[in-house]
Ligand binder design. Structure first.
Ligand code: SAM
Length: 279
């Protein structure tokens, strides 16, 4: 019998958010793999849990995942906890999950706190469609590509950021995405939890005088369909009607259908396009 990997979500600030199931699993597992053992020991002491612990972090994740997989293959049950929140969300957990899958080790996830979802629910922005970006990439080229991709994103976006990078990231977002609504969610579930619905320009103004402190999640409004439409219209307007027609004809439309589409894009009647092209 192989062991199981249990992904154990732990509180993101308030210890009372610990679930019964996670407590039980941490008590009965053979081993707890923790992102930061010094951090997790406080949590385990608080709940009087004495299960042996080992470290599993960004810098030993590949080698350590191999060792943990071998232990599970021998039948040991491993509980994974990361610094806070749900393992595998912006932390090294995903590597271990993948390695377990590759080695036919069962994995199960015990749901619980997650900064992304907590922030989204408090943001006041649309939660119907959202995307999770986590931390923006550190690599400059990759970061530029992601920011470019986000320019057209119509879903609400959720980002993580460290306080010392917050101002810089807000400036970059504002430069690339224009002014938007944003909700800054700080120190969630903790004593000084703050939810600040504002705009990117409002946030930048705020941090001119206030030093960002604590942990932040940024929830950013997606591009509205009206804004997308406006941009589309502007781009069609910059094109001649002939080029606009050719654009659709290149896609295989016959001229009648292309004319209809061009008229729709430009918000005019089909006949107007027809008379212009046949004058
Ligand atoms: N796995 C975690 C989760 O489920 O949310 C996220 C881990 S990630 C390494 C840490 C980032 O999550 C922080 O930099 C911050 O952006 C966000 N975060 C974690 N706890 C938070 C809290 N209490 N309030 C606001 N943001 C938090």
């Amino acid at each position: 019998m192989t062991g199981i990997l249990y992904l154990c979500a732990t509180p993101i600030g308030n210890l009372q958010d610990m679930t019964f199931r996670v407590l039980e699993t941490l008590r009965t597992a053979d081993l707890i793999a923790a992102e930061d053992t010094r951090n997790s020991i406080k949590l385990l002491n608080h709940f009087d849990i004495h299960t042996p612990m080992t470290s599993y972090h960004e810098y030993n994740k590949v080698e350590k995942a191999g060792q943990l997989v071998r232990l599970m293959a021998e039948g040991k049950h491993v509980a994974l906890v990361t610094d806070a929140g749900t393992p595998a969300i912006s932390d090294p957990g995903e590597v271990l999950v993948r390695m377990c899958q590759e080695n036919n080790i069962p994995v199960t996830s015990l749901p619980g706190p997650c900064a992304c979802i907590t922030a989204l629910t408090l943001s006041g922005l649309s939660a119907r469609r959202f995307c999770f970006e986590g931390f923006l990439p550190v690599d400059k080229r990759e970061r530029r590509m992601v920011l470019e991709e986000l320019q057209g994103e119509s879903r609400t976006m959720v980002l993580y950021e460290a306080p010392h990078h917050l101002r810089g990231t807000l400036e970059e977002l504002s430069r690339n995405l224009g002014d938007r609504r944003i909700t800054l969610c700080r120190e969630l579930t903790k004593k000084f939890e703050t939810v600040m619905p504002t705009t990117l320009s409002g946030a930048l103004e705020h941090f001119k005088t206030q030093e960002p402190r604590g942990e932040y999640v940024l929830v950013l409004e997606g591009k509205s369909f009206q804004e997308q439409r406006r941009e589309e219209i502007l781009s069609w307007e910059a094109m001649s009607i002939e080029d606009h027609m050719a654009y659709y004809e290149r896609q295989g439309m016959d001229s009648k259908t292309a004319m209809k589409q061009v008229a729709r894009d430009r918000g005019v009647g089909k006949r107007d396009i027809y008379s212009y092209l046949n004058k």
